[in-house]
Design a protein around this ligand. Structure first.
Ligand code: SAM
Length: 209
């Protein structure tokens, strides 16, 4: 990993305060997220950048949006003519808008329900921080390993995937890199936009099978 930057966020985030993502995203919080125009705009910008980094070659790729929430990324992918499958662990998100056309699946992205070699790409926007919080937790290590091993399996050969997320420190990023390198044959790296600006910083993990 490029060592020109480093950060360590002390402020508590929702994923530090709630053990289960479904305990946080419910009622008003879920509604506020799903209906926020500014969040929708931000998630669209992140999706545009993720697509730029992916450099997809296939004209009509089938893309999995893992941890899709109300479907902001996949709605945009659909506008571009991409085929999607969207997956989330919270059923209310999948029902919030009429997104049948995006092929919603209620599942845990760490235990993928798909056959090997199913997707041309995987995009996951602002979700991974809910999976890895504590590098000392053995159970989180197993879950994270499962996530990357199953993403590797369900991607078609030579395909790429991208994960944008909000790590709290570079220690977490190194930890993820160690798991990806030791448990899968993915090749890739982190890309960090605005590394020294905590408000604008965006971390992407780009991996190729
Ligand atoms: C901040 S929201 C982002 C939603 C969406 N990707 C977007 O860009 O608006 C995080 C999402 O990750 C989902 N999520 C977290 N852990 C998950 C898991 N293990 N499996 C599936 N979805 C998960 C949550 O349910 C939530 O919808």
């Amino acid at each position: 990993m490029n060592k020109e930057y480093s950060f360590n966020i002390k402020r508590k985030r929702p994923e530090d305060l709630f053990e289960n993502v479904s305990d946080y995203f419910k009622a008003e919080t879920l509604k506020n997220y799903a209906e926020s125009k500014s969040i929708m705009r931000t998630q669209k910008k992140i999706t545009i950048r993720a697509l730029e980094l992916l450099e997809l070659k296939n004209n009509r790729p089938l893309i999995l949006d893992a941890g899709c929430g109300p479907g902001f990324a996949a709605m945009y992918l659909n506008e571009l003519g991409y085929k999607t499958v969207v997956l989330d662990i919270i059923s209310e998100f999948l029902k919030y808008y009429d997104i049948e056309y995006l092929n919603p699946i209620l599942a845990d992205m760490c235990y993928s329900p798909f056959k090997p070699d199913s997707f041309d790409s995987i995009i996951s926007i602002s979700a991974l921080q809910w999976v890895i919080r504590d590098v000392k937790s053995k159970s989180e290590r197993l879950i994270l390993t499962n996530l990357f091993v199953s993403f590797y399996q369900i991607l078609k050969p030579k395909s790429k995937m991208i994960v944008q997320f909000y790590p709290k420190s570079t220690v977490i990023m190194d930890y993820i890199a160690e798991i990806v390198n030791s448990k899968t044959k993915f090749k890739g790296n982190f890309i960090i936009d605005n590394p020294n600006n905590p408000k604008k910083r965006k971390v992407y993990l780009l991996l190729k099978k």
